[in-house]
Design a binder for this molecule. Sequence first.
Ligand SMILES: C[S@@+](CC[C@H](N)C(=O)[O-])C[C@H]1O[C@@H](n2cnc3c(N)ncnc32)[C@H](O)[C@@H]1O
Length: 343
Amino acid sequence: MNLINAAERGLIPDGLLRFGIRRLCAQRLRDEHGNDMALANQRFARLLHDLHNDAIAIETQAANSQHYEVPARFFELCLGAQLKYSACYYPTGNETLDQAEQAMLALYDERAQLADDQDILELGCGWGSLTLWMAERYPRSRITAVSNSHSQRAHIQAQAQMRGLANIQVITRDVNTLDLPVASFDRVVSVEMFEHVRNYAVLLKNISQWLRSDGQLFVHIFCHRTLMYPFETQGEDNWMGRYFFTGGLMPAADTLLHFQHDLVIQQRWLLSGTHYRNTANHWLHNQDRHRSEVLAVLAATYGNNNAARWAQRWRMFWMACAELFGYENGNQWGVAHYRFSRR
Ligand SMILES: C[S@@+](CC[C@H](N)C(=O)[O-])C[C@H]1O[C@@H](n2cnc3c(N)ncnc32)[C@H](O)[C@@H]1O
């Protein structure tokens, strides 16, 4: 605990922090029996069973205030131009953050088989990176964007007005209580919201009902290649679960394939964790470039006395993401894309 306190007070150099994070990644692989197929499978099966008894998403208030009601200005200072709060794509490794955002959005376009004149639902729309991109590229499509954050809705609506986009509707709703007309969408797309979800069976059933008969679901998640585990909030080692990912889940690359009752997998793609490592390192670099303005925004959010500690917590969060996804050169944790059609 003292070590974490020292880290949060900025007393530990980044290189040492990153070394410590890599050791925690190794510990996680040991704890989850990453090298013992039979034991890992037992844990996987138990958690899979438990997920069926949970709400669609849990601890939604905590998750919302941890990230999604932090002022958009903070994310404008750290993220790329599209405010994409999820892994970007670095096909050569030399892309800028803005180029990598665009590259990932183009990949969604191809893999989700987006086209003009579609009704598209985006679940977990963030600050509108994909919603605004789709609305601009496909002016005859109608986009419904959903998230549980009021400030995200305000941001997207302001952007839509500024860019003259009239084909976007934003709904602020917890996905647990989201109720939409049956058979009303050609596409449902979701980028890094499913990590906040527990009961995939119920959510995928709901989505299948919202889709038209020839509709498709496209999902982007981060994942481990075989292991699935929740982010715990208790205990000394659970800094991430406590401050940044309460109620969150690390899905395995094949978790969603166990939930094909209503939707059937068409294709799955796996991307190296190095794409997320590069993204998180870019976010950290941006935060450091805007140090004084970041401190001012965080002071308004967390109070003057807590701003410096929270600025360092966010720096530690970006480093934790970079080291986790970069672990073993991106071959343990990574990103997965899926396209499902209705059964
Ligand atoms: C990691 S962000 C990704 C944002 C966006 N898709 C992007 O790529 O920039 C997760 C998104 O899911 C939303 N979300 C998380 N839990 C939710 C819930 N229970 N109900 C509705 N939206 C939720 C958050 O508000 C946020 O918009």
